[in-house]
Ligand binder design. Structure first.
Ligand SMILES: *Cc1c(COP(=O)(O)O)cnc(C)c1O
Length: 223
């Protein structure tokens, strides 16, 4: 199937209240352009270096989402243009995003990444860590970051019940943070959960953003 057909098939499973982030990592700009011409405007990359190379080659109305682990020393390269950072997992990183956003006279929307999978390797905060970070933020105002919600990745497994359990846990974390810290903040509304193999489960469990690559572009070839 062509990219256009794949995209139409994916789109058929995404209700209007859920936003699609097209994950374009490893894909050449021609393929991103093809997806752009189908009307998509949100693209997600997981590496700063790749994002910075692609961004100037593509139309300026694309909304770029950084979805992968971000090191503090690289924030400055994306701060001028990035539309959302999904992977905030420490106070140090948030401080640096605030600093670089201020230098660019911007407010950068961020999601806090939570660790919901069984795997050790996946990044993210525990619920307790997330709450202490937010408690700190409620005293130490960061004017150039806006927390728009949370993100998480399920365990890499075919066990649908396990994925459902993990996404349900992420939704519970969202609800708890919403009532404790953001009850008067309509901007705190996003749950980024679901990739090619599990986005239907993510949507059923309350996702507002899904991040999909393979189901649109086909398998990635890593060099
Ligand atoms: C690569 C990636 C995705 C997309 O994965 P697919 O299985 O290709 O849809 C989503 N989220 C993150 C954080 C990723 O790194």
């Amino acid at each position: 199937m062509s990219i256009k057909e794949n995209l139409a098939e994916v789109r058929r499973h995404i209700p209007d209240h859920v936003e699609l982030v097209v994950v374009s990592k490893t894909m050449p700009v021609e393929k991103l352009q093809e997806v752009y011409e189908c009307g998509e405007r949100k693209f997600g990359e997981n590496k700063v270096q790749e994002l910075v190379l692609k961004q100037p080659l593509l139309p300026s109305d694309i909304h770029w989402h950084l979805i992968g682990h971000l090191q503090s020393n690289k924030v400055k390269f994306i701060a001028p243009f990035v539309d959302m950072i999904h992977s905030v997992d420490s106070l140090k990183l948030l401080e640096e995003i605030n600093r670089q956003a201020a230098r660019n006279h911007r407010i950068i929307p961020c999601l806090l990444q939570f660790h919901i999978a069984e795997e050790e390797t996946k990044f993210g905060l525990s619920e307790v860590e997330g709450k202490s970070l937010l408690a700190y933020l409620s005293h130490e105002y960061f004017p150039n970051v806006a927390i728009h919600g949370i993100m998480g990745m399920a365990t890499f497994t075919t066990d649908i019940e396990q994925i459902t359990r993990e996404f349900r846990h992420l939704k519970q974390i969202f609800d708890s943070l919403k009532s404790e810290f953001f009850s008067n903040d309509p901007d705190f509304r996003h749950i980024s959960m679901g990739m090619s193999d599990d986005f239907e489960i993510g949507i059923a469990e309350g996702a507002t953003l899904v991040r999909i690559g393979t189901r649109i572009f086909g398998e990635r070839q890593y060099q």
